[in-house]
Every structure is written in C-alpha cells, then in structure tokens.
Design a protein around this ligand. Structure first.
Ligand SMILES: [Zn+2]
Length: 225
C-alpha cells in the first residue's frame, strides 16, 4: 500500500535501527531487515526477520508488521491475522484506533508496539505462555477491551452502556451516572464514553454480537479487569 507519509517517516528509521533497510518494490517503499530484542542487561535475546509496510490509513492505523523468518506460526492463536494478510495482530482494533487517534509515526510504532509484541512472542516460544497475559481473539478480545474501559457490572449493563455511547449520550453536568449512581456522570463514565465514540463504527457492529451473546448466555461472566 503506497503511502507518502509512511515513505517519508521511514527515512529516519535506519538511524535508530541499523539492521532495517528501506526497500523499494512495485513502486512502494517499506522497511526490511532484522529487529533485535534486547533484554534489560543489553544482551540480544532474540532476532526477528521482519518487513514493515504501510497500512491504508497510516498514520491513523498501525503500519503492518510481517514476521518473515518462520519464528512463530502464522495463526490466530499466535496473534497473526491468519485469514487476512498474515500480518501481526499487535493490538485489538478499537484500541489501535484510539492509540492512533492523533497519528502514530512508524518509529514510535516500532519502539512502543512492534518490539514489545515480538518480545512477547519470544517469551511464549521459550516459556510456553505470554508474559503479560494474553488478550483473547476476535469479539472476546474486544469484550475484554470494552470492559477494561467501561467496568460494567454485567453483560446487560455493558450493552446498555454501548447503546448510550452510540446515541451520543451527554446528560447535564450535574446528572448522576446511571451506572455508578453515587457520583456525577462527568466524574466517572463521561470521559470513556467520549473516548469510545471515536470507535462507534466498531461498537455498532459489536453491539449486535453482544445482544446475541446475551440472549444465548444471559449469565455470561465478564472478565475481571
Ligand atoms: Zn459512572
């Protein structure tokens, strides 16, 4: 995916990551080479062969990270978009969109997201599990994400909250929160409601799935986050 801003932003990357080179192929520039995973004592813990290419919406979505050295299976269970382009699934989509809200450049992406993702893969290869806990895949991953933001009492309340976000709920400054009852809405759920309005197109799809989930499993337990 050719993206002029991405092609400008990658120019400085070899200064910081000297094993990544800028490659041009089919009229598109991208990064290719090795990324070292370095431990706290400065020892190289692992080395990954990668390509980093632009996404369509960069810098408002992550660039695409591809692991090219067969270091881990290219399946959903290893956080790879198995049924799409086999790029790495570095975070759940709504969180990625919120992180990139003001634009995220590729240097920051590599440092803050790609390297921690790869380090987590190394940890799992060696220890058999993810160090920082594992987020789930698909809708369950998004339920965990919504719950981490909204802290609903149960699934029905989570659905009610999402419905209000989709309606642009914005009560008087002094209104009591319909979920917490004690304090005022502006002191509890207001900010997160406003934040999640930025991903309402995903919420509007997920609320349907959550309704189905609730009708089949009314006692569904939300994750404790
Ligand atoms: Zn509240």
């Amino acid at each position: 995916m050719k993206n002029i801003q991405f092609e400008n932003d990658i120019l400085v990357i070899p200064d910081t990551f000297n094993k990544l080179k800028i490659i041009e192929s089919d009229g598109e520039k991208f990064l290719k080479g090795e990324v070292d995973i370095i431990d706290n004592e400065g020892k190289v813990w692992d080395v990954y062969q990668v390509e980093i290419r632009s996404s369509e919406e960069y810098p408002f979505r992550f660039p695409k990270l591809f692991e090219k050295g067969d270091a881990f299976p290219k399946i959903v269970d290893w956080h790879v978009y198995e049924f799409d382009d086999k790029s790495c699934c570095v975070d759940v989509t709504p969180n990625e969109i919120l992180i990139c809200k003001k634009g995220l450049n590729v240097l920051e992406y590599i440092q803050r997201f790609a390297i921690p993702y790869l380090a987590n893969q190394t940890y799992r290869k060696r220890e058999g599990y993810y160090l920082y806990g594992e987020y789930s895949h698909g809708i369950m991953g998004r339920v965990e994400f919504y719950q981490s933001k909204l802290k609903a009492q149960n699934l029905l309340q989570l659905i009610q909250m999402i419905a209000l976000i989709l309606k642009g709920y914005n009560p008087y400054r002094t209104s009591i929160c319909p979920f917490c009852h004690k304090s005022k809405f502006r002191r509890c759920h207001k900010n997160v409601f406003v934040e999640l309005q930025d991903v309402s197109w995903i919420l509007s799809q997920d609320i349907e799935v959550l309704h189905q989930l609730y009708s089949r499993f009314p006692d569904f337990k939300l994750p404790n986050i």
